[in-house]
Design a protein around this ligand. Structure first.
Ligand code: URA
Length: 233
């Protein structure tokens, strides 16, 4: 791919703006030698204003989403993209969230520009466990473990019952719930179906990946080994 297109697709600017960046000598190799738009250079050797070029297409990241941040590219209030380098929201192909977490849910959110990978992660066929730590407004009533495991629970306005889910009770109002699918507001709606209300919700894991090494609001790029861990919980 031509350098102008490559750099523009990474969100650094329009092709016109990137052409100007070349003319201004802002694009160099690792030794500071000015590059020209028709040069052939390895991605890792390119610098923009002295900084390494952002990761190429195939970018997948893990973000520790705080509460109060929305999984959307355009919305009022704080967005997950505000926690990333500003160029990331202008990448082509787009860096999408892998499913969504509600504004008030914290925890592990994956984002990728790889459509095939995204579908593999969210597909119920891959049955990747998603682990949620739940704090409830009312005491558990006692039948939730069996109900959620039954594979027969039908949520309002859904046409098929939920897949079996594992609930591990950790206190009268605390539990860990493991889902193998991701329906709209699923955790909140499951507990609403039992007459309860989710007070606080946190996702601690997806597949074999957790939040290790990340503080709230931080992100990291996933390497091939992380993706293996993701699919081999
Ligand atoms: N289920 C919910 O209800 N909310 C989330 O954010 C994730 C799963």
């Amino acid at each position: 791919m031509k350098l102008v297109k490559l750099i523009a697709n990474l969100g650094y600017g329009s092709r016109k703006q990137v052409q100007w960046m070349f003319r201004e000598g802002r694009i160099t190799d690792a030794d500071g030698e000015v590059l020209y738009a028709d040069d052939q250079v390895a991605h890792e050797a390119i610098r923009v204003d002295g900084e390494p070029l952002d990761p190429p297409v195939g970018l997948t990241i893990a973000l520790y989403k705080p509460r109060g941040v929305t999984c959307s590219i355009k919305d009022k209030g704080r967005l997950v993209y505000d926690l990333l380098p500003s160029r990331f929201r202008d990448r082509d192909p787009v860096l999408s969230t892998v499913g969504r977490l509600d504004r008030d849910t914290s925890g592990l959110l994956l984002m990728t520009d790889d459509g095939g990978l995204l579908h593999r992660i969210i597909s119920p066929k891959s049955k990747l466990p998603k682990v949620y730590e739940v704090e409830l407004a009312e005491d558990l009533r006692g039948d939730e473990v069996a109900l959620f495991a039954s594979g027969t629970l039908m949520l309002e306005s859904e046409k098929t019952p939920l897949m079996p889910a594992e609930l591990d009770v950790q206190g009268p109002r605390n539990a860990r719930l493991v889902l193998h699918e991701g329906r709209y507001h699923q955790v909140r709606r499951m507990f609403a179906a039992t007459g309860n209300h989710v007070q606080a919700l946190h996702r601690s894991g997806v597949g074999g990946l957790g939040l290790e090494g990340l503080e709230e609001g931080q992100w990291r790029q996933l390497a091939a080994a992380d993706l293996e861990t993701l699919f081999a919980p």
